[in-house]
Design a protein around this ligand. Structure first.
Ligand code: GLY
Length: 325
């Protein structure tokens, strides 16, 4: 049921408490209030990001649609200079440039994505603009930056003083090999269900720390970092993007749920598909977070240490994920 319609009926019902007999007799048009169609909204996100889920969850409580809420929620972390894995303050590539990736997907299966964007903080919002305002799904690099500026985004320096110091130290170590297993890559992937029971999701990241210039991971790749099928559920990924891409992880999870797996079983199977290709215990992290249409939630990671945050019924919890090792 549309929220406006629900609110209209609520007001009528409230009025009805006072004057119901005459109104009901006279017109017989007041339908009984059907609260069954009002869904309990919720927001879940990878990692411990209580502010982001609270912002998204409160927006949902106030009737926002799932995608607007998710974009609003992750924007908090994109602005948070202390979060070195997304947005402003993100860890740079090995040339010292912060390049951001993001994607969005809504309940209709519409999606938008931006890759390797410089100087723009709110890339999740930008990905939504690509979805809504261009004939394309993906814009990359300079084209994405130019599009952002045309839409009123202000270019800014994303490399923090701390980030610059850490990068210089990394350079001093003289290590130019892709150190894919030692840097953090705590992508923010958020899934929201709104009061109409519609699912949307967002994934945003600065990618692997000290990556090669031009490297793009799973986060902006629809099906890898994020996938939504409103009839089934949604999934997001965090961790080493190369491994997520090879198994199209988020799409795999949604397809496993379509076949009857719970979100937890689907996340465990998707992690298993990555690990089975390795020779023993992998020295990298990948984690998944998923939800289905019933509101069940699953999470699983290769290594201990992954958690997710859930806002529902005005309560925010950080929950430790199960892990393979
Ligand atoms: N999952 C983030 C990345 O690999 O870029």
């Amino acid at each position: 049921m549309k929220r406006k319609l629900f609110l209209g009926q609520s007001s009528l019902a409230t009025l009805g408490v006072l004057v119901a007999p005459s109104i009901l007799k006279a017109k017989k048009i007041v339908k009984p209030l059907n609260t069954n169609n009002i869904h309990i909204s919720y927001a879940i996100s990878t990692w411990n990001v209580p502010q982001a889920t609270k912002i998204a969850g409160e927006a949902l409580d106030n009737g926002a649609n799932a995608l607007d809420a998710a974009v609003k929620g992750v924007a908090f972390e994109e602005s948070n200079i202390l979060n070195t894995t997304v947005g402003r303050g993100g860890t740079p590539d090995r040339d010292g440039s912060v390049t951001l990736d993001a994607c969005v997907m809504n309940h209709k299966g519409d999606c938008g994505s931006v890759l390797a964007v410089e100087d723009i903080t709110h890339v999740a919002s930008l990905a939504k603009e690509v979805m809504e305002k261009t004939p394309h799904v993906i814009l990359a690099g300079e084209g994405a930056r130019t599009f952002a500026i045309s839409q009123g985004y202000l270019p800014e320096n994303l490399l923090s003083d701390e980030g610059k110091k850490a990068w210089r130290k990394w350079l001093e170590n003289g290590n130019y090999r892709p150190e894919i297993n030692i840097e953090n890559h705590d992508t923010i992937g958020m899934l929201c269900c709104d009061q109409e029971g519609l699912l949307s999701g967002v994934c945003t990241t600065s990618g692997l720390a000290y990556k090669m210039k031009g490297r793009v991971g799973d986060s902006p790749i629809i099906g890898s970092g994020l996938f939504i099928d409103n009839n089934i559920g949604g999934a997001v990924a965090t961790g080493l993007g190369e491994e997520v891409i090879k198994t199209v992880g988020s799409f795999l999870i949604v397809e496993l749920m379509r076949q009857g797996r719970t979100p937890q079983e689907a996340c465990e199977e998707a992690v298993g598909r990555i690990v089975e290709k390795q020779n023993g215990k992998p020295d990298f992290q990948v984690a998944y977070l998923a939800t289905n249409k019933k509101g069940d939630i699953g999470a699983f990671s290769i290594h201990k240490g992954f958690s997710f945050t859930k806002y529902k019924n005005k309560t925010n919890h950080n929950i430790t994920s199960k892990a393979m090792f």
